[in-house]
Design a protein around this ligand. Sequence first.
Ligand code: ZN
Length: 435
Amino acid sequence: MSAQQQVQSLLDFIDVSPSPWHAVKSVEARLADFQFVKLDETLKWDLQPGGRYYVIRDDSSIIIFVQGQKPLVETGFKIIGAHTDSPGLRIKPNAAVGMDGLLRLGVEVYGGPIIATFTDRDLSLAGRISYKDNHNSIVSTLVKFDRPLLRLPNLAIHMNRSVNEEGLKLHKQNELPLILSVLAEECLPQAYFAQLIQQQSGCDAERILSWDLAVYDTQKGVFWGAGNEFYANSQLDNLASCHAALQALLDNEVLENDNTLVCAFFDHEEIGSKSNKGADGSFLSDVLQRIAPASVNNREYFARALAKSFVISADMAHAYQPSFPLAYDPDHKVIMNKGPVIKVNSNQRYSTESLSQAMFIDWCEQAGVPYQKYSHRSDLACGSTIGPITSASLGIRSVDVGNPLWAMHSARESAGVLDHGYMIRVLKRYFGAPV
Ligand code: ZN
């Protein structure tokens, strides 16, 4: 596949994955084409060498693995970690409120989005609802409104004269509720909203008990630039890395090699990863322990396997934007379409150290892929990733890498076409694809 085709595949993947729950569903659909078997955490696993498996925890985190033919103590686990969630707005439990002739939905800010980028966009809703089925069991299903349903209209400049000098500031409690409809007389806002969800999901409104609903932008992904060298979409951070890892894994040459390969895509990275399904929870370690063979010496065997293992933490990196030269360290400008970025931070906001860096560089060279190095400005607080968390909790060597991205945490992010192809190539090489 050319880089252009890979990016088209990524844009299609994001367009059907407007929430972390949908992203996991989309990943699962891809796995079906490659005979992966779904495992249930509540059941006993019978794993076979060469077997292809995946585990989903709470609908929005997924761990995919190929059980290697070679013993784990010889190969260790080759892991790629990424995250399924993106910052944005989430619908509150008692969301629907009628006021001044309008019906609005109350939202909470999830993670650290650039909130102003959500104004004047064709927003909608996607996520998961939990309800009681006909047998009175509690079950969940995904729901997604395809049409624009919601809006956060800007204040006209005539009422906000300083907006271009001071930037758009929105009060999180008072100014973020999203407009859903005109308020009809006699309308009970909560019942109206429940009815709307019933229409879309097919679930009886009275049976719906709760939900996890994310606000998303309905605009589809596009290529842009004079030579279509860039692309834009929502959630590139970090569905672009999930997609790259998946493309690297779902390749016959990779799937048939002897190593134990793992892709771990976690929810909740944007809010610190601390949850039952986050990277700072037990999910990855629970699954890795079950991949290791059960025997009396399992503990020692597992420790030896971990000592041989490696994690590539794949998350997006800050591309240089020439309008804002002072925002960057002048000696660490990361340029779009010049290759994957190795992220370095001596305070371990990124897990990279010199040896893991050198190993990644070696894989890049073997794959014929250019690479760049990033260091944040020394006088600015640096973001972090799941890299240090997984590396610390499992004791595995790790490197933080990612593709250059403009407008991280905007409702609309941009990246370079060539970089996506490069990242897939180097991840394939890491997973054992022949040079
Ligand atoms: Zn990220």
